[in-house]
Design a protein around this ligand. Structure first.
Ligand code: NAD
Ligand code: UPG
Length: 437
C-alpha cells in the first residue's frame, strides 16, 4: 500500500520505518530541514535501533521523504497524521498542527480515501475532521488509530504491540487498516472513533495514576519505616493488578502523561464532569521534585552555593528527550535556592537552558559536589564505581531518585565514613561515622 505520513517526530518516523519494513511504500513529510536530514540518512531523533532501520529502509528503497504536501500525497492510498498535539495554556488541546495539515491537503487537491489520525486527539476530534474534509468536497474516511509506543523501546512497541485499536465508522476503512497492519501479530480491537479516542487517554492516565499511587504509598512508607519496593512487589504480584508502572521515584515526565492528563481533565470540564482521580494523580506528581528538594536542603545547613550533581537529564533512559523531564523542575528549584547544578547524561550532551553545567563523565560531575541526585535509571548509572564517586565528592550525600542502587552497593558505601544514602520510600541510611562540615 502507498502510505503518506505527515510529521516525522517520534511517532511519525518510527511509524515510517516500521511500515516500510512491513512492505508498504511509505513517503514521510515534514519541514524542509527535517526532510533534508532524513534524506541524507540522518535520524533526527535519538531512539535505539532507529538509525539502523532508517539506513536499511533507505537502501531497500521503499521509504521516501518529501517536504511538499502535493507531491507527498500524489497516489497515496492512505494518509497517516502524526503531528504534535500539545496543551494550550488554557488546558485545551492545541489542534493547530492538525488543522494546518487539513488546510495543506485542501490546497494540494490530493486527499487519499483514508485519513488515519495517529496523533492523540480529544474525543470528538475525528468526527470534526471528517466533517471538515467532507465540507470541502473531499470524500475521505477519517479513522482514529491510537499509538501506544514508549520512547526508548519505540520500534519494538510498534512492531509487537499488546493491541491495535481501530476507531472507524466504515467496513471499507477497517479492511484498509487491516491490510496496513497485516504483518503485525496482535489482537485488533475495532470500535467507534469516539471510544478509540478515549482509549488512548484512558490508557495513559491510568498508567500515570498507577505511578502516582506508588509515589503516594512511598511517602507513607517513609513515614512508617517500611520499604516501598517490598510493598509494591507484594501488590504487583496480584495478577489483577500487575507489576508494571508501580516504580516509585521522582515522578513521571515526558511529552505525553501530563499533557494527556490535562487534556482529559479539560474534556471532562467541557461537559461539566470533574475527574478527581486525575486531579489527585497530577497533584501527587507535581509534588515529587519539590519534596525531594526539601529533603536535600534539610541535609545541608544552607543550600546557597552548594554544588549538586545530577545523573540523568532526559525524562527516562534510552532517549534524549527532555520534554517535561523532572530534571527541568529540579533545575528551576535549584536556581531559586542558588544551588550550582552539574549534570551528566549518556546522550544529552547539550541543554538549551541556562544554569547547568553538563559534564563529560559521571566522575567529572561527582567531583567536588555536595550531593548527587540520580534522576534517570540508565543501566550504566547502576554500574558506576560508586565508591570512587563518593570519594570524589565534597559531601557524600546520594539521593537515589529511582531506587536503583543495589543493597550490596549501599552496604559497601555504608562502610565508608560520612555517607548518607537517601532512597525513595525507604529509610535513609547513614554510615556510622558522619563527617562534620
Ligand atoms: N512521543 C510519543 O512517545 C508518543 C506516543 C504515542 C502517541 N503520541 C502522540 O503522537 C503525536 C506526535 O507526537 P510526537 O512526540 O511524535 O510529536 P513531535 O512534536 O515530536 O513531532 C511532530 C512532528 O510533526 C511535524 N509537523 C507539524 N506540522 C506539520 C505539517 N503541517 N506538515 C508536516 N509536518 C508537520 C513537526 O515538524 C514535528 O517534526 C502527539 O499527538 C502525541 O501525543 C506520542
Ligand atoms: O513505574 C514507573 C514507570 C514509569 N515512570 C515514569 O513515567 C514516565 C513515562 O514513562 P513511559 O510510559 O515508559 O514512557 P513514554 O514514552 O512517555 O510512554 C507513555 O506515553 C506514550 C505517549 O502517549 C504512550 O504511547 C505509552 O504507551 C506510555 O507508556 C517516565 O518519566 C518514567 O520514568 C515511573 O516513574 N514509574
Amino acid at each position: 500500500m502507498q502510505i503518506t505520513i505527515i510529521g516525522t517526530g517520534y511517532v511519525g518516523i518510527v511509524a515510517a520505518v516500521c511500515l516500510a519494513k512491513l512492505g508498504h511504500n511509505v513517503t514521510a513529510m515534514d519541514r524542509e530541514s527535517v526532510i533534508q536530514s532524513l534524506q541524507s540518512n540522518k535520524a533526527h531523533v535519538w531512539e535505539p535501533g532507529l538509525q539502523e532501520l532508517l539506513t536499511e529502509c533507505n537502501e531497500e528503497g521503499n521509504l521516501h521523504f518529501d517536504a511538499d504536501m502535493a507531491s507527498a500525497t500524489a497516489n497515496a492510498d492512505a494518509l497517516l497524521i502524526a503531528v504534535g498535539t500539545p496543551t494550550r495554556a488554557d488546558g485545551h488541546t492545541d489542534l493547530s498542527q492538525i488543522e494546518n495539515v487539513l488546510e495543506q491537503l485542501k490546497q494540494s487537491g490530493n486527499c487519499p480515501p483514508l485519513v488515519i489520525v495517529k496523533s492523540t486527539v480529544p474525543v470528538g476530534t475525528c468526527d470534526e475532521l471528517e466533517a471538515n474534509l467532507h465540507g470541502a468536497g473531499l470524500r475521505a474516511d477519517v479513522v482514529f488509530n491510537p499509538e501506544f509506543l514508549r520512547q526508548g523501546s519505540a520500534i519494538n512497541d510498534f512492531m509487537y504491540p499488546d493491541r491495535i485499536v481501530f476507531g472507524c465508522q466504515s467496513r471499507h476503512s477497517e479492511i484498509m487498516l487491516r491490510q496496513i497492519y497485516q504483518g503485525i501479530d496482535a489482537p485488533i480491537q475495532v470500535c467507534d472513533r469516539r471510544s478509540a479516542e478515549l482509549i488512548k487517554y484512558a490508557s495513559n492516565t491510568f498508567l500515570a495514576m498507577k505511578i502516582s499511587f506508588a509515589n503516594m504509598m512511598a511517602d507513607l512508607c517513609e513515614g512508617y519505616g517500611a520499604d516501598i519496593r517490598q510493598v509494591m512487589k507484594g501488590v504487583g504480584t496480584d495478577r489483577r493488578i500487575g507489576p508494571h508502572f508501580l516504580q516509585a521515584g521522582v515522578g513521571y515526565g515526558g511529552s505525553c502523561f501530563s499533557k494527556d492528563l490535562q487534556s482529559l481533565l479539560t474534556s471532562g470540564k467541557v461537559i461539566g464532569r470533574s475527574l478527581p482521580l486525575l486531579e489527585a494523580t497530577a497533584q501527587i506528581n507535581d509534588q515529587r521534585i519539590p519534596q525531594l528538594v526539601v529533603k536535600l536542603i534539610s541535609l545541608w545547613e544552607n543550600p546557597n552555593g552548594k554544588r549538586l550533581g545530577v545523573l540523568g537529564i532526559s525524562f527516562k533512559p534510552n532517549t534524549n528527550d527532555v520534554r517535561d523531564a523532572p530534571f527541568l523542575t529540579l533545575l528551576k528549584l535549584c536556581q531559586h535556592h542558588r544551588i550550582d547544578v552539574h549534570a551528566y547524561d549518556p546522550v544529552v550532551q547539550q541543554v538549551a537552558f541556562e544554569g547547568v553545567t553538563v559534564a563529560d563523565s559521571p566522575y567529572e560531575m561527582a567531583a567536588h559536589s555536595d550531593a548527587i541526585i540520580l534522576m534517570t535509571e540508565w543501566p550504566q548509572f547502576v554500574e558506576l564505581d560508586w565508591v570512587r564517586m563518593v570519594q570524589l565528592m565534597r559531601q557524600s550525600i546520594l539521593l537515589d531518585g529511582r531506587n536503583v542502587l543495589s543493597d550490596e552497593v549501599v552496604a559497601q558505601l555504608m562502610e565508608l565514613d560520612g555517607v548518607t544514602y537517601v532512597p525513595v520510600g525507604r529509610p535513609v541510611e547513614q554510615s556510622v561515622e558522619q563527617r562534620v562540615y
